[in-house]
Design a protein around this ligand. Sequence first.
Ligand code: GH3
Ligand code: MG
Ligand code: MG
Ligand code: MG
Length: 311
Amino acid sequence: MEAMRVLLVDDVHLERMQLAMRLQRLGHVVEAVGSGHEAIEKYPVFDPDLVLLDISMPDMSGVDVAKQLRIQHEEWVPIIFLSGHDEPEMIAKAIDMGGDDYLVKPVNKIVLAAKLKAMQRIASMRHKLKEATVQLENANELLSQQVNEDGLTKLANRRHLDQKLAELISVHGRNNFSLTMIMIDVDHFKPYNDYYGHLEGDRCLQQVAKELKTNFSRAGELAARYGGEEFVILISNCDKTRAVRECERLKQCIKKLEIPHSKSTTSNIVTVSQGMVSWVPTGLETPENMYEIVDKVLYKAKEQGRNRFVA
Ligand code: GH3
Ligand code: MG
Ligand code: MG
Ligand code: MG
């Protein structure tokens, strides 16, 4: 059995010290305090597995202390009351008020050891439950990350993009803010794949994606993989003037990657075309509407010779 952290509360110094010593001899870690107020203060810092709480104390009765602890802390840590009285009504009331057990003073050694053993079982269950909860939370976090992430590029995936776009349309519509959406398509990617191979094609997409991620990772920005060799950037509260600057910046970043592309008829390195829309949503647009619109703008950039953006 593992040692417990026991918070011992009793106003009588001698009784407190004697009991603390016994608890320590049984292998437990003890924090002993002499008043209800101290107990309430110490509780969150000490993080006990068990509270031994005297009922009769001058500043605040043990029953009131228990009530306070139950209100302030969601997690249920066992409380054993200590009292000189052993009337059944007294015991029943103490348990009603948030206690889990009752020890009559002077505390019998054998009874104390036995009750502590029972409390150890509860403490060990609580620790296991805590551990399992942490593991569950971690697993949930990982899962939600995987659900929203594109496997190849680690950018937000289409699902996440759809969700975010719908959200932003509504928020920007309500506040009359400009929302910017840029759709990016890698130029001549089919011949790239055909010539360099699919694996190299994947690497190319990863490099482009990484550039998008580093350049659009501030608050209010989202870089996502729309599908295949197409990406979408969303920028909150961004008007057309700034959006144009962002497109130009992005064009330069992809250029700087200098990924060779000997089968491109636009350049000898990988380039991208961009379609951009910057508008104040009414709140009624759907993501599908907006993809359609921005895709048409992107098509113009392709038509006009690629490696450019059209707004
Ligand atoms: P354009 O300049 O007009 O955009 O021409 P393009 O060749 O880039 O366009 P097209 O749509 O004909 O080709 C897109 C290619 O992207 C075809 C497809 O095999 C490739 N592709 C889509 N997803 C992936 C992927 O995950 N990995 C790799 N390696 N290739 C992909
Ligand atoms: Mg007392
Ligand atoms: Mg395409
Ligand atoms: Mg393409």
